[in-house]
Design a protein around this ligand. Structure first.
Ligand SMILES: *Cc1c(COP(=O)(O)O)cnc(C)c1O
Length: 462
């Protein structure tokens, strides 16, 4: 094979970004403000202090500083598992017989197995610096809880993880890793919070949801002295921390003399997509270049492609601020047969705004069987077992590469490979033995979630 570009491109430690890139500084129109559901007024800095760490609230509200320094301690932690490689998918290209050039940024090269560690370490660092004495969070599939427990162990910070009950049952090893790193796992809904008790009262057999686990974690943070809540996606601060993915990717692509025609990311809460697109989106917002951006989501939880752009709660218990985002309604729960992750009812306000304003060109909703098919093609060619979430991006990267085979276009495709799938083997087994099914909610089913949006006064005409 004739190749000038290596399989793997790594930056050196010295080349690693020393700043997070705050994309909002490039956005002429900001997303609508978070609203305090008690007063129906925009959330103020002070409103958030009982829930979040000070420095993180500042980051959440910062729409003006383009570069935000990464604290030295966080940079040092990053160096234990970063820079992550930018990989040229020569073998996948060959398998697909495509003239396209496919690159992916691989974020699964750490024990948590995903990009979530990038924000976890920042959030725990700021909590420690402020003198916070314990943290709470929620986790669905378990990647965020794992990443956070690693960061909490590093900074010696007690942590309680409310884990969606069905995940805690289906993924006992995830729970075991979190506990190995010293985190305390509570299956949600639980009897330890009012929010959990209320949900159990209405449905004693509830398997839980991310939205419900968020309610419990926030409640415990607010009622425990000197405790704060941390969230692994959706928020502006999380997208900020994840910008390191995009900054590294852009630097490595620049070194190779490459610029993507299309950038692809899977979208659950929107953090890795926000991260990988950051600097390329800045090019687009400033009119320098015009790469295409594609967000990929599961057909069974289609917040961007079929949700409403409306104000909604970030949790099921309706205790968080209201965020303007694409949402299926805070009560939406994807079908239990959905195994591919990305189950959150809403979407990052930044990603929602960029999509609404046309800067994210396209959203594709894909069925889980096609996602696992793509995962298998990819793993055979590239020798990495991808997470089901990441495989949504793989599916569309493959589709785009096949399109190039048909048209002869030599496009440069960049996608984010967010993590590895070692804890998802039950889902892989279902795919292999043919018992996996696709599930696409009907309009009527989605309508039930939209009803709850109409109860929020700000959503006229929804
Ligand atoms: C959490 C997770 C996602 C989805 O979260 P985003 O905030 O949308 O990035 C994607 N891939 C992996 C491996 C994850 O753990």
């Amino acid at each position: 094979m004739n190749r000038k570009i290596p399989y793997r491109t790594y930056l050196t430690e010295d080349q690693m970004p020393k700043y997070w890139y705050n994309l909002r500084a490039d956005m002429k129109d900001q997303h609508d403000p978070y609203i305090n559901p008690g007063t129906m007024k925009p959330v103020q800095y002070e409103d958030l202090l009982p829930v979040f760490c000070e420095e993180l609230v500042k980051q959440e509200m910062n729409t003006t500083d383009r570069y935000i320094p990464i604290p030295e301690e966080v940079q040092e932690f990053y160096k234990t598992y970063r820079p992550s490689p930018l990989i040229r998918a020569y073998n996948l290209e060959k398998e697909l017989k495509t003239p396209a050039k496919i690159y992916y940024k691989f974020e699964g090269n750490n024990t948590s197995g995903s990009h979530k560690l990038n924000s976890a370490v920042a959030q725990v660092y700021y909590a420690k610096k402020q003198g916070v004495t314990s943290l709470t969070t929620e986790t669905g599939a378990g990647q965020w809880g794992t990443a956070l427990s690693m960061a909490a162990a590093y900074f010696n910070m007690p942590l309680t993880v409310f884990m969606v009950k069905i995940s805690a049952q289906q993924k006992p090893y995830r729970k075991a890793i979190i506990e190995t790193f010293g985190g305390k796992v509570v299956a949600s809904p639980s009897n330890t919070t009012e929010a959990g008790k209320a949900i159990l009262a209405s449905d004693p057999n509830s398997g839980g949801s991310l939205g419900c686990a968020i309610s419990e974690a926030v409640e415990q943070a607010v009622k425990t002295p000197n405790c704060r809540y941390v969230l692994g996606s959706v928020l502006d601060q999380v997208l900020l921390h994840q910008s390191i993915i995009g900054s590294e990717a852009k630097m490595a692509m620049d070194l190779l003399g490459e610029y993507p025609d299309v950038v692809i990311g899977c979208a659950g809460g929107g953090s890795n997509l926000g991260g990988i697109i950051t600097e390329y989106m800045a090019d687009k917002l400033n009119g320098r270049k015009s790469p295409a951006f594609i967000a990929v989501e599961p057909a069974s939880c289609p917040s961007l492609s079929r949700g409403k752009y409306a104000y909604d709660f970030c949790d099921t218990g309706k205790i968080t601020p209201l965020a303007k985002m694409y949402t299926l309604g805070s009560g939406f729960k994807p079908s239990p047969i959905h195994a591919g992750g990305l189950r959150y009812h809403g979407m990052s306000p930044i990603i929602s705004k960029l999509y609404h304003d046309g800067y994210i060109d396209e959203v594709r909703a894909v069925g889980q069987k096609s996602v696992f098919e793509a995962a298998q093609i990819f793993s055979k060619a590239e020798t990495i077992l991808p997470a089901p979430e990441s495989s949504h991006a793989i599916k569309i990267a493959i589709d785009e590469a096949i399109k190039c085979r048909e048209t002869g276009e030599e496009k440069t495709i960049l996608f984010n490979l967010t993590g590895t799938g070692y804890f998802d083997m039950v889902a892989y087994m279902q795919y292999i033995d043919g018992t996996m099914e696709d599930y696409i909610p009907t309009d009527e089913e989605l309508e039930a979630g939209f009803e709850s949006l109409r109860e929020i006064p700000l959503n006229s005409g929804i």
